[in-house]
Ligand binder design. Structure first.
Ligand code: NI
Length: 176
């Protein structure tokens, strides 16, 4: 699937909830399979439906070490549908983020260091799960896509924007 780049209107439109009749259907599973394949082909560690011009509240988080994130922790890809943040830490931390829709840049963003999330899986089951550290970071980044935001809306200073090539040279070896 084609990835929407910053400037595309779709990246500013909040996603719609997936409705009960859509769960457990081949159409939804096919979309998830295509979304995952698109993410993997682009060396992403997360992706959200608006990034492929789709209006459903569907995201994948899939931390793993890759050329774009050399020291990311390993996890199985996790599909989250209709996610909601039900609690988050008061404690914030800073981390550099990239985005398949904002090529060649990194932004240093302050966010809670853990979140509690309620979401549904493709079969419609509801789950409650806590994410912390780098995975919490990926979740919050992808969640932003579902509410029509990107990291550019969160960055507080141009000093916190860097070319990805500079980030790799200066920062990646320090913090991943
Ligand atoms: Ni993104």
């Amino acid at each position: 699937m084609q990835i929407a780049l910053i400037g595309e209107a779709v990246l500013r439109i909040p996603a719609r909830q997936v409705n009960p009749t859509e769960f457990n259907q081949p159409k939804l599973q096919q979309f998830i399979d295509d979304l995952l394949a698109t993410m993997l082909a682009a060396n992403g560690i997360g992706i959200a439906a608006p990034q492929v011009f789709d209006d459903r509240a569907v995201m994948i988080i899939a931390s793993r070490a890759s050329p774009r994130y050399p020291s990311a922790p390993q996890m199985q890809p996790l599909v989250l549908i209709n996610p909601r943040i039900t609690a988050c830490s008061n404690n914030l931390d800073w981390h550099w983020e990239g985005c398949l829709s904002v090529p060649a840049l990194r932004g240093r963003i302050e966010r809670p260091d853990w979140v509690e999330v309620v979401y549904q899986s493709a079969n419609g089951e509801t789950h409650t799960q806590n994410f912390s550290g780098f995975v919490a970071r990926i979740f919050q980044h992808e969640y932003d896509h579902l509410i029509g935001k990107t990291w550019l809306d969160r960055v507080d200073s141009s000093e916190n924007i860097m070319a990805e090539s500079v980030w790799r040279r200066e920062i990646a070896k320090l913090e991943g």
